[in-house]
Design a protein around this ligand. Structure first.
Ligand code: OGA
Ligand code: MN
Length: 298
């Protein structure tokens, strides 16, 4: 029996990572052969852009589950205290009115404007996030991405051996601010974890630095030394050649690989324009090698 070949097309948007996928409606159940094409493109290109996907929360959740179990957001200022599978990144209140800039959720979401990777402060860090553009401002409010895989490949080889086996402490609390009032003592304790500095994609063996705003110290180094190295690697990873800025259109869906891509929100005129993005987050696995095969494959 010959395999059914997917009709999706995958077009790179950047020389090193990011591709736009066309030829599929993700708001209805996706055939296995199409998901296989998406899974392969995701492991290769790290960031996938789909246009014209008019999701509801239900259809976004249903599509996201192809990648595995979803994370559940804790009730927190970051998501307007709404627990569940959808994190709402917005400057609007429940009635759709602009929130004041000093609203606690607005202040908290400013942290998204630092380079980070989602849920790196959890014992099982996220596999991928999917952001659906529900209301998009006419200017500004891009999401920036950088490939820490392309950066690792470009990093001087003679320094890699010293870095390959290091372990990093990630904290939910704001970098260098252990008294961060946005989190309870219990959350700060539970959401302080360690991960390897260098991660390996189990499908293709490509390595990357796993850094970002939550990566704060290195086991076996002084806090100052560790934080200096983290800053150096983050600066290396976020150079212009590894960088892509996504200009949103309504109904875009962007999926990024949290294992190897850093991202940040960019600002816009929050006193003038509305922006509402709904995010689902797929949990990863420990060890990473459990994801060498496509999720849902027996
Ligand atoms: C996120 C995030 C960036 C943005 O949803 O995890 O960082 O542009 N969002 O809203
Ligand atoms: Mn994020």
């Amino acid at each position: 029996m010959s395999a059914v070949v997917s009709r999706l097309t995958v077009k790179p948007l950047h020389p090193l990572f990011v591709a736009e996928v066309t030829g599929i409606d993700l708001t209805v159940p996706v055939a296995r052969e199409d998901f296989r094409a998406i899974w392969e493109a995701f492991n290769e290109h790290q960031v996938l852009v789909f246009r014209g996907q008019a999701f509801t929360d239900e259809t976004q959740i249903a599509f996201s589950r192809n990648f595995g179990a979803l994370e559940t957001m804790e009730a927190h200022a970051a998501n307007n205290y709404k627990p569940g599978h959808i994190a709402v990144m917005t400057n609007l209140d429940a009635q759709g009115n602009l929130l004041p800039l000093d609203d606690p959720g607005m202040v908290h979401r400013l942290r998204n404007e630092a380079w980070h990777t989602d849920s790196s402060f959890k014992p099982v860090a996220a596999l991928c996030s999917m952001l659906s553009g529900r209301i998009v401002p006419p200017e500004g409010g891009n999401t920036d991405f950088t490939s820490a895989r392309a950066a690792y490949a470009a990093f001087p080889d003679e320094r890699k051996t010293a870095l390959d086996n290091l372990t990093v402490i990630h904290r939910v609390a704001e970098p260098k601010n252990v008294d961060d009032p946005a989190y309870s003592e219990e959350q700060k304790k539970r959401l302080t974890v360690t991960h390897p500095l260098v991660r390996i994609n189990p499908v293709n063996g490509r390595k990357n630095f796993y850094v970002g705003s939550h990566a704060q110290e290195i086991i076996g180094m002084s806090p100052e030394q560790g934080s200096r190295l983290m800053d150096e690697l983050a600066a290396f990873c976020t150079q212009p050649q590894f960088f892509y800025s996504h200009v949103w259109r309504e109904h875009d869906l962007v999926i990024w690989d949290n294992r190897c891509v850093l991202h940040r929100a960019t600002t816009f005129d929050k006193t003038k324009y509305k922006r509402k993005m709904h995010r689902t987050t797929v949990a990863g696995s420990v060890p990473d090698t459990a994801l060498a095969i496509m999720p849902g494959t027996a």
